[in-house]
Ligand binder design. Structure first.
Ligand code: MRU
Length: 369
């Protein structure tokens, strides 16, 4: 996507040095636009855990590149395969909820094990990581087209008045490789001249909505309004939301969806107010081995500091301040699960379906035994 007058992806291989993976530092946005260089498995682990890179598809791609970098760290003197195995286990354990991470790490290892002779381990690993990036970009493009049809339908009914979309967290191009999941249909609608307006949840405690989604939509010129996380229900009660579009970190084979903490509450409000609620994601975010999201999806717990403090810009300096009395204890669950019964539909690269096992099975029959 365009940043200023230059096209960017959220992750790419350094053109001049193939041992360096480059990413946009999402911790610094929107107050500064900085690029980070990842040169080792350790660098990738740090970037994923401190959320320099975040968002399910991007975490997956970063995991894939980590296995590639691990192959560059292999030296004949040491037990190389053991190093690769350790790196895969280490990186996959970095953040538990987004299934894309373990999927991508396993996928690159399978490619390495199945590589054609004459091809080096690193060549195959790099190709696999780049293929995952290409595939996720195509997935988001396809998701954009399918999601656009929903926005067009609502726009027709509204005879040209803006389509009001509510979203939670950041499921934009920053969270993917390009185009985004939730944002892909929004960008297409905007480019097609269909009036849209986005209610952007701030998304405490790390404010991915306030920091990243507003920044992305601002770069693209898409009208949007930042709201406190608890505002969506009120807006829905007053008919000010036409559709809710949220991302996904792990969906189950029956359509339960884990996404950023707070998503479940938006689904409840949407259900209570008959507002269509869609989760938007590539099939790499589906865990076909599990069914019951609430009991089977691991929910990440992060440090209390993220809840006890808030960061922002003061003058030219980014500062972090405590927002509560000293010695206050805090709990910080990163995700929650929205049961399929509250979801109107799923928007994937293969199309739109109901959040039901038989519909998901029809769409991804090759993934069901
Ligand atoms: O903790 P984060 O910022 O990685 O959480 C991200 C989300 O919950 C996104 O909605 C999800 O990963 C989908 S990104 C296309």
């Amino acid at each position: 996507m365009q940043v200023g007058n230059k096209n960017y992806r959220s992750i790419w291989l350094d053109e001049s040095d193939p041992t360096v993976v480059r990413v946009i530092d999402q911790q610094k946005l929107p107050f500064s636009f900085e690029i980070c260089e990842l040169r080792s498995v350790e660098d990738v682990y740090a970037a994923i855990s401190n959320m320099t890179v975040r968002g399910a598809p991007l975490i997956g791609a970063a995991g894939a590149f980590a296995i590639y970098l691990a192959t560059l760290e292999m030296n004949p003197a040491t037990n190389s395969w053991q190093h690769l195995k350790n790196a895969a286990r280490y990186i996959s354990s970095c953040r538990p909820t987004a299934v894309n991470l373990s999927w991508a790490v396993d996928h690159v290892r399978e490619r390495i094990n199945g590589r054609l002779c004459g091809k080096s381990i690193s060549e195959e690993a790099l190709e696999a990581a780049l293929d995952i990036c290409k595939m996720e970009i195509e997935n988001c493009k396809a998701i954009g087209k399918h999601g656009l049809s929903l926005i067009e339908e609502i726009s027709k009914k509204k005879t040209g008045a803006p389509v009001n979309i509510l979203t939670h967290c950041n499921a934009g191009w920053l969270a993917c490789i390009d185009y985004g999941t939730v944002t892909a249909p929004i960008y297409l609608a905007h480019e097609a001249g269909i009036p849209v307006h986005v209610w952007v949840d701030e998304t405490r405690p790390r404010n991915q909505g306030a920091r990243l989604t507003t920044w992305e939509l601002g770069q693209a010129g898409v009208p949007h309004t930042l709201i406190a996380d608890n505002t969506g229900g009120h807006l829905m009660q007053h008919g000010m939301v036409d559709i809710v579009l949220v991302g996904c970190d792990r969906a189950t084979r029956r359509g339960d969806v884990a996404n950023k903490i707070g998503t479940y509450l938006k689904a409840l409000a949407a259900y209570d107010n008959n507002v269509p609620f869609y989760s938007v994601f590539p099939s790499t975010s589906i865990d076909f081995d599990i069914t019951d999201g609430i009991s089977e999806i691991p929910v990440e717990e992060r440090g209390a500091g993220e809840v006890l403090t808030i960061s922002g810009i003061s003058g030219k300096e980014v500062v972090t301040v405590r927002i509560c009395p000293e010695n206050t204890s805090a709990a910080n669950y990163g995700f929650d699960v929205t049961p399929a019964r509250l979801i109107t539909g799923l928007i994937t690269e293969k199309g739109i379906c109901r959040a039901e096992e038989k519909d998901i099975k029809k769409m991804f029959s090759d993934k069901f035994e």
